[in-house]
Design a protein around this ligand. Structure first.
Ligand code: C5J
Length: 232
């Protein structure tokens, strides 16, 4: 039987089995994070999202060292926009719509430079990359299949933005019976008040959507759960 390990978290320790754990990295894309990109062109301060890069790079390295599956997601659409609901296309700033020309290519269009993941967190060979047309990572994607095929039940959730794609994914995962721990310094929002409230909402009411812990606590637990067993 697989041993159960724990990560110190809110509202209580997060129990996980090492062989059912995965790291999920949501939408760490140039369009959202690069200075001069789509996110910034909407008037947002990308520094608030970029603060996530260093702790997330360290967590990614720890996950790779532990050998747990890593799943990256990218929000975006087909070049002909056939997978983009008209309501999504029409909302937002009229001068910066999905599919419009942006500094890093057509905004949120698959295959464009801006749609891809930032260099610091580039997926390694063998890691999963899920392209999603929605805010949640389950809607219209192969994520459920990937999780089932790999026996994954426990998700460490990171990425941007806290109150949009991170929250939607956590809620989708929670409804499907997955146990989600949101890593507080590895998720980011353009809005400090949404960051605070978004994290509080996860762990409120006894962990209504899941657990919250910082990356130091998660890395510590990974190191102890995945350290080699000393020879007798
Ligand atoms: C947004 C996302 N905020 N990845 N996308 O539109 O959260």
């Amino acid at each position: 039987m697989t041993a159960v390990h724990h990560i110190p978290a809110q509202p209580a320790d997060f129990p996980f089995a090492p062989d059912s754990l995965a790291l999920v990295v949501i939408d760490m894309q140039r369009d959202f994070l690069l200075p001069g990109g789509f996110g910034e062109s909407l008037g947002n301060d990308v520094a608030l999202l970029r603060a996530v890069i260093d702790p997330l790079a360290a967590l990614l390295a720890a996950a790779r060292a532990a050998g747990i599956p890593v799943i990256h997601t990218r929000e975006g659409h087909l070049p002909d926009l056939s997978d983009c609901p008209p309501a999504k296309l029409l909302r937002g700033n009229p001068s910066h719509r999905i599919g419009d020309a942006g500094r890093f290519g057509r905004i949120l269009i698959r295959g464009e430079y801006g749609h891809d993941i930032i260099d610091e967190l580039a997926p390694a060979e063998g890691e999963f990359v899920i392209d999603k047309p929605g805010k949640g990572a389950f809607y219209a994607t192969e994520l459920s299949d990937v999780l089932v095929r790999n026996g994954i039940r426990h998700l460490l959730i990171t990425g941007v933005t806290t109150e949009v794609c991170v929250h939607t994914t956590v809620r989708e995962a929670n409804d499907r019976g997955y146990e989600c721990l949101v890593v507080s310094d590895c998720v980011g929002s353009y809005f400090p008040e949404f960051q605070r409230a978004g994290l509080a909402m996860i762990a409120a009411q006894g962990g209504i959507f899941g657990w919250v812990a910082d990356s130091a606590a998660v890395r510590g637990a990974l190191e102890s759960a995945f350290s080699p067993i000393p020879a007798q």
